[in-house]
Design a protein. Structure first.
Lengths: 488, 238
């Protein structure tokens, strides 16, 4: 059905080639997984297949790509799109309508289908995807997982033969990943051809027909169904991808000796838009200093609200937060805390890395700034524009700002979403570095592998309440159980 | 969220987008031709707020009326006592907003109560060229995104110690604007790029005649408001 012959590609204005002599033959109804580290060329392949290369992204292509025996470069983008549905990484930027129903109809409308038929197809998709509750809603009110569900549903209504997914699970929590899995399974049962680029692969395990492992644009290995089942955790670890089975996660929990067991004390914390059903309600909890605490829970459990309340961003919060035994006001905590956002682009304001640090320090102390940059391997970028950096480097700049502002409590909002193993470990190393500097850190995350490798304690949030708080060491089973509960 | 666009679960009585557009034009013509009539201004304000009430946006209606009333009070009782530079500054800004308020409110009504597909459907009905419809519908799509992004950036500014507070706004207003706009522009450009790619894989450029599942059409409320609008327009010649 789809055939790539000796394909090489490099993006416009880039010297290195993203893909070298790539060959692949995809049969009808196959599920192909493209995996490998970031920058290994897996996204490039999805773009070559769905026609975004060369029709949207420019560059030099060598070789030929055939779709139903026709060369893709001779086809118009809409001719390819009619038969192919594409789902992307970011749930926020792939819908054109503001309402869910309009989004489901969108491609069918573009294809000029009769209105009655579109209604029928929408009805069918709603049934297949069990999304009655999401209909006639503003897409802006949905969670990331719900948005991704709508994205999948809206490429299903035109009933294409092929689905192309580019890191679709990157921004999802474990429940949303599970429903993504069910959607992919549904497509597969309908005999659709599916191509997925991903480094988190556990949710696809028994669905994959062929797995292609790429490294720097070259195919390093290919695995069929049986070979995938025989892969050991060692093999996976060496490839730098995420585990194929959550039970096989390799980890080493960091050991930390605590100094101050009653560093933070939260009492009667209450926050909510309606007081009879608060978004967040914490009776009492005492937290030690110098710790790395993972905050886990489902979407909507109040994780981000908790972080925002703690950092002093919610003026209407009620309750007491004591640090070192002293009552603190919102304003004081705003100064003492720093938060590394999921979208770091929102917290880089200036034209160079150095001035970003000056902004956080409130003064132009170049010597100190350079010292901080050096500790995070950023010194060579001190004059670079923050926006010219890679995602991981930007995140490090934000961490550097946290150090520069002398905050001793640092929150992270899903710092490893969409990261491969190597980059996940880099983030972990930096967090441990900050721990040694004496910082107290909280990490909102859905990433079990990351928690096991980098955190010392866990806070469970459920429906705005802290339901559990425990050290990871000795309680690994509990943590595993929490993550496994939502897998089926 | 206050800025839900065009989601019509229980939005009350809403006009056809074409009627909204016509009324917007009528109100513009009236405001710019009858700048000095207080009576006309009051009539227009009631005209537009009634639309908000019919579409069950009571809060917006009340807030608009309250703002209008306080403007009127300031203009009548406070402004005459001010002198010098302050009077010119406050006076000109206030008067401008006061006069333009019907247009601003009508524009807000248009955006808040019209869905993207509804808008596209009605523009196609009046044979607006695609080159105009597509960029305009993207504006509709991005309005709530901008609101979301701005909220998030303002939080980030607070955390970085450059909160949008009174002191910072007075001492370094341009810097503050820069800190807000740079991340905003960057995330909109990035989002726009991703959106374009996504839309292209959904057959947006397909040359066949597009269909639309949105039911748009004129109802009694459209005829009523067009009639009222035309009556107001006739007021220009009295």
């Amino acid at each position: 059905m789809i055939k790539l012959e000796n394909v090489s590609f490099s993006y416009l204005n880039e010297n290195k080639s993203n893909l070298k002599d790539f060959n692949l033959n995809i049969e009808d109804g196959e599920l192909i997984l493209l995996t490998g580290e970031s920058g290994s060329g897996k996204t490039t392949i999805t773009r070559l297949i769905n026609g975004l290369i060369p029709h949207y992204f420019n560059g030099t292509i060598k070789g030929e790509i055939y779709f139903n025996e026709k060369s893709i470069s001779d086809m118009k983008l809409y001719e390819i799109s009619e038969k192919m549905g594409s789902v992307f990484q970011n749930p926020r930027s792939q819908f054109f309508n503001v309402d869910t129903t309009g989004e489901l109809a969108f491609e069918c409308e573009n294809l000029g289908m009769p209105v009655d038929e579109i209604h029928q197809r929408i009805e069918q998709t709603i049934n297949d995807f069990h999304i009655e509750k999401l209909m006639n809603k503003s897409l802006f009110d949905l969670s990331g997982g719900e948005k991704q569900k709508i994205a999948c549903a809206s490429v299903t209504t035109p009933n294409p033969d092929v689905y192309v997914l580019d890191e679709p699970s990157s921004n999802l929590d474990f429940i949303a990943i599970n429903s993504l899995r069910n959607i992919i399974k549904f497509w597969k049962e309908k005999g659709k051809t599916i191509i997925i680029a991903e480094h988190r692969i556990y949710y696809l395990k028994d669905l994959i027909d062929k797995m292609i492992y790429l490294n720097k644009g070259v195919v390093e290995a290919e695995f069929n169904k049986d070979e995938i089942n025989r892969l050991s955790s060692d093999d996976i670890y060496k490839m730098g991808i995420r585990p194929i089975d959550l039970n096989q996660i390799r980890y080493q929990t960091p050991e930390i000796t605590l100094k101050n067991h009653e560093f933070i004390k939260i009492e009667d914390l209450l926050f909510g838009f309606k007081s009879n059903n608060p978004v967040l309600s914490i009776k009492e909890i005492t937290l030690p200093s110098n710790n790395i605490t993972a905050i886990i829970g489902l979407n909507g459990a109040g994780k981000t609200t908790f972080a925002h309340c703690f950092c002093g961003l919610h003026k209407k919060m009620k309750g007491r937060i004591k640090i070192n035994g002293k009552m603190t006001k919102n304003k004081e905590r705003l100064k003492r805390c720093y938060m590394v956002m999921q979208d770091v682009n929102h917290q880089l304001f200036t034209e160079s890395v150095l001035s970003e640090l000056f902004l956080s320090m409130g003064e132009d102390d170049e010597e100190r700034a350079e010292k901080i940059l050096e500790s995070l391997n950023l010194l060579e970028f001190k004059d670079a524009h923050p926006m010219s950096l890679s995602g991981g480097q930007k995140q490090r700049v934000a961490i550097a700002c946290a150090i520069a502002s002398e905050s001793d409590i640092i929150f992270y909002d899903e710092p490893t979403s969409g990261l491969d193993l190597k980059h996940m470990h880099h983030v972990g190393e930096n967090i441990l570095k900050l721990q040694k500097m004496g910082k107290t850190q909280f990490i909102i995350t859905h990433d079990l592998e990351f928690i096991l490798n980098c955190c010392t304690n866990v806070i469970h949030l459920d429906d705005g309440n802290i339901t559990d708080y425990y050290p990871i060491k000795g309680n690994e089973d509990k943590l595993f159980e929490f993550f496994m509960k939502y897998q089926n | 969220m206050a800025y839900i666009l065009g989601v019509s679960e229980n939005n009350g009585i809403i006009l056809d987008p074409r009627t909204k557009l016509l009324l917007l034009i009528i109100i513009n013509v009236i405001v710019f031709n009858k700048l000095d009539s207080h009576l006309m201004s009051i009539l227009l304000i009631f005209f537009v707020t009634s639309l908000f009430i019919f579409s069950k946006k009571y809060k917006t209606a009340i807030v608009s009326l309250a703002i209008y009333l306080s403007y009127t009070l300031v203009l009548m009782y406070i402004l005459p006592h001010l002198t010098g530079f302050l009077a010119i500054l406050i006076g000109s800004v206030l008067v401008m907003f006061y006069k333009l308020m019907p247009i601003i409110l009508m524009g807000a009504y248009f955006i808040l109560t019209t869905g993207v597909s509804e808008f596209v459907a009605s523009m196609e009905k009046i044979h607006m060229p695609q080159e105009i419809i597509i960029p305009l519908s993207v504006v509709f799509r991005f309005f709530p995104t901008v609101v979301e992004e701005v909220k998030s950036i303002i939080d980030c500014m607070k955390i970085s110690g450059i909160g949008l507070n009174f002191k910072n706004l007075i001492t370094r207003p341009l810097k503050m604007l820069e800190y807000l706009l740079i991340p905003l522009i960057i995330s909109i450009v990035k989002g726009g790029d991703e959106l374009s790619a996504a839309v292209l894989t959904r057959s947006m450029d397909n040359p066949v005649q597009r269909t639309n599942i949105c039911k748009i059409g004129f109802h009694w409320q459209d005829y009523l408001y067009i009639l009222l609008g035309l009556l107001l327009l006739m007021g220009l010649f009295i």
